[in-house]
Design a protein around this ligand. Structure first.
Ligand code: NAD
Length: 475
């Protein structure tokens, strides 16, 4: 392993220094830091039983409280309401009264008779009062990402099942906090990784399962989405779809890491059955220079909190390489500032096939030795032959109810069905933290000069069980 020189370590941010237990100004040798890095994999004492395949008594209807009805939460209100009467929104909380009102107006305009919906607003902690209610089964967390883990942990401590938007955690401590609390309370804790339900992604998953790819070797995925101007929006006008208090841009000002790893990584983890026979073992991360944000900054209005900021921490592109226990490799990218078309890349290689997304193309060893993409007819035959059973069954309904082409509906449909019947969740707390822990691990790797960083085993060894993926059960 390449050792870093001592001078590099002096440049650690307060976060990395704090994490590594180094006091400012004191020099430490490379061995010391590598030893400290190994602490990342330290497994704390369990506080309960594993929640893998957790089943609880059927809950019908599922009574829901939502925290955060901004851009994304507002959409969830409509999606959940489409699942009434199996799901029932009983309370809505947002720190901004205007957003609560907008969500209530939406509810009023939707079909299905509803009981009275309680509202909470006006303070940072109003959500706690909502979560304490005894008529809520499931809390849906849709607030800025750094708040997810604390809200989810508190909800479980109040006896509630919880689902959270992505990523579900921002620090290693939060990851363990979620795992330990889920195990202690025996509550469901699922991250809402909607892309795991994508039609293209589930089609690929189905081909993997049917052996079309042969032995999987590597994948490339990412989140490439040009959000530059949107990040700077400071107006509260909901039509502009800015982020509450520019929370996303604030993260870019502070963190140099992959800040949004799960949309690309979740589907790949499923292709590779990570947590179900394989696991992420090691990561190396590197960021490019930062340019787009500070070059755009003077173009924002002078009253903008980020007007004429000379430096942001986050490099324009972050790229991480992950190795799994079986020796598979994943390249994972994050870039939300370069002028480029949207892509999650969605590339997957096996010994018998190769797929690349945006647009979706497939090559098979059995056709031209894989040296050409399948023509339209053959590609379509493969699409039809290997369509995932969920999409076969649900396509019309999913597309009708919308949300990223139907995947948001499928995600909530599965969630509510599983709770209604007392089945396990499609994704468990271990999936959520495994896919989210890229944020702190990539940050540590980048800040230490792209050192290799090991993944903790949140499953405490249970990843070795070759379990079936949730999306093949109880369809
Ligand atoms: N899965 C997806 O496809 C997808 C898409 C977009 C966003 N997201 C995720 O959804 C989450 C929300 O993103 P967004 O775009 O809606 O952001 P947003 O800023 O529009 O919404 C966040 C909402 O939380 C509210 N809020 C903040 N602090 C609060 C508190 N203490 N109590 C109650 N409410 C509080 C804000 O007022 C705001 O309305 C993020 O984690 C984001 O990563 C996921």
């Amino acid at each position: 392993m390449k050792r870093q020189n001592r001078r590099d370590f002096i440049k650690l941010s307060a976060m990395s220094a704090g994490f590594l237990g180094l006091s400012a100004g004191k020099l430490y040798g490379a061995d010391h830091v590598m030893e400290k890095l190994d602490l990342l994999t330290k497994v704390p004492k369990p506080q309960g039983r594993s929640v893998m395949e957790l089943q609880v008594a059927p809950i019908k209807p599922v009574r829901i409280g939502i925290i955060g009805v901004g851009n994304r939460g507002y959409g969830h209100v409509a999606t959940i309401q489409a699942l009434a009467p199996d799901a029932q929104i009983v309370a809505i909380c947002d720190i901004r009264e205007s957003r609560v009102k907008r969500a209530m107006d939406l509810l009023e305009s939707l079909e299905h008779k509803k009981p009275k919906v309680a509202t909470y607003t006006g303070s940072e902690d109003a959500w706690k009062e909502m979560v304490k209610r005894d008529d809520i089964d499931l809390v849906v967390v849709v607030t800025p990402a750094p708040d997810h883990a604390a809200m989810a942990i508190y909800a479980m401590q109040q006896g509630k099942h919880v689902v959270s938007e992505v990523p579900i955690a921002f620090t290693l401590d939060e990851c363990w906090g979620l795992v330990n609390t889920a195990e202690e309370t025996q509550r469901h804790c699922m991250m809402l990784e909607n892309v795991s339900y994508g039609e293209e992604e589930l089609w690929i998953l189905n081909m993997v399962r049917e052996g079309v790819f042969g032995t999987l070797t590597f994948a490339e995925a990412g989140y490439l989405h040009h959000l530059l101007e949107k990040l700077f929006i400071s107006s509260d006008d909901p039509k502009l779809h800015g982020y509450y208090k520019q929370w996303r841009l604030r993260l870019h000002a502070e963190y140099n890491a992959n800040l949004y790893p799960t949309h690309g990584l979740g589907p790949v983890a499923n292709y590779m059955k990570v947590g179900r026979g394989d696991r992420f073992e090691q990561l190396v991360s590197m960021s490019s220079l930062e340019a787009s944000l500070h070059e755009y900054s003077p173009k924002s209005p002078p009253e903008n909190a980020f007007y004429d900021v000379k430096k942001f921490a986050h490099g324009d592109l972050n790229s991480s390489m992950i190795r799994t226990n079986k020796g598979r490799m994943i390249i994972l990218k994050h870039d939300v500032v370069s002028p480029r078309p949207y892509s999650r890349i969605n590339a997957l290689a096996g010994t018998q096939a190769y797929h690349e997304g945006y647009p979706s193309r497939l090559a098979l060893y059995s056709e031209d030795r894989g040296e050409k993409w399948l023509d339209e007819k053959k590609y379509q035959e493969m699409r039809d032959k290997y369509e995932h059973p969920l999409w076969v069954k649900m396509k019309k309904e999913a597309v009708k109810n919308g949300g990223h082409g139907g995947i948001d509906y499928l995600e909530f449909y599965r969630l509510i069905q599983n709770l209604n019947h007392g089945y396990p969740m499609d994704m468990d707390v271990y999936d959520g933290v495994n896919w989210s822990v890229i944020v702190p691990l990539s940050r540590v790797s980048v800040e230490l000069g792209s050192v290799p960083v090991k993944f903790p085993d949140f499953t405490r060894g249970n990843w070795k069980q070759d379990r079936e993926l949730g999306v093949y059960k109880n369809i």
